[in-house]
Design a protein around this ligand. Structure first.
Ligand SMILES: [Mg+2]
Length: 225
């Protein structure tokens, strides 16, 4: 029986981030943030009310502020904001690509009896452009569209574990952003960073990662047959 052990813990489930971990997408988050901030400011909300650099959280906070005076205005704003980010995500997806060994990674994990899931703050449309047959490789794909609180909130990961019938304590979360490590730690999984995004080994270790791999496919080297 194949096994993956991390610090004597048997891992039977691996949850991956998508962008930068399984695929290269090149979303310009700065441009996305600037465009959304322009929209937010056109609704009279000041930047210092937002207290975050993450676009989805900025949209949520702004929606909450607006809904106090007008739920209708809040809904119109949210639709506009989501349209802006979706257009940029889809554009990036059209020019993006899966890392060359991503399909092999899923195929070999399946053969080893390890369940797999993907959690992403990206939209489902974009994921399906880059990886149209993702569902035949990976048992649970949870994009931001189908979860109320996206990662690093543990709900995103916990929902995926429920779909897989897996336990956090036997799960490894792998991602290219310290936020992925935070997500795993919030949900109580083991965590690993990968260097295929914009962060270094020490960024991941500082975030509390159990270990760091050059790229996601390298996890296969730790699976013993
Ligand atoms: Mg990522």
């Amino acid at each position: 029986m194949a096994a993956l052990k991390i610090k004597d813990i048997i891992i039977n489930t691996i949850i991956f981030d998508f962008d930068g971990t399984l695929a290269k997408l090149n979303i310009d988050f700065k441009q996305m943030r600037d465009t959304v901030l322009k929209l937010i400011s056109s609704y009279g909300i000041e930047r210092n009310y937002l207290q975050t650099d993450f676009v989805l959280e900025m949209i949520n906070t702004s929606r909450e502020i607006l809904s106090k005076s007008s739920p209708q205005k809040a809904e119109i704003f949210t639709n506009k904001a989501i349209k802006i980010i979706e257009a940029m995500e889809i554009e990036a997806a059209i020019h993006g690509e899966l890392f060359s060994q991503t399909k092999e990674l899923f195929t070999r994990l399946k053969l080893s009896g390890i369940s797999t899931g993907v959690i992403t703050r990206n939209c489902e449309k974009a994921i399906k452009i880059v990886f149209p047959d993702i569902s035949s490789y990976c048992e649970a794909v949870v994009c931001r569209d189908t979860v109320k609180n996206v990662k690093p909130h543990p709900e995103h990961l916990n929902k995926t574990l429920q779909m897989l019938n897996s336990l956090a304590e036997n799960t490894l979360m792998i991602g290219d952003h310290p936020l992925d490590i935070q997500t795993g730690r919030n949900a109580g999984t083991c965590t690993a960073g990968v260097l295929t995004g914009h962060f270094s080994k020490s960024d991941f270790l500082n975030a509390g990662a159990d270990f760091v791999l050059p790229q996601a496919v390298d996890i296969l080297d730790l699976v013993t047959l």
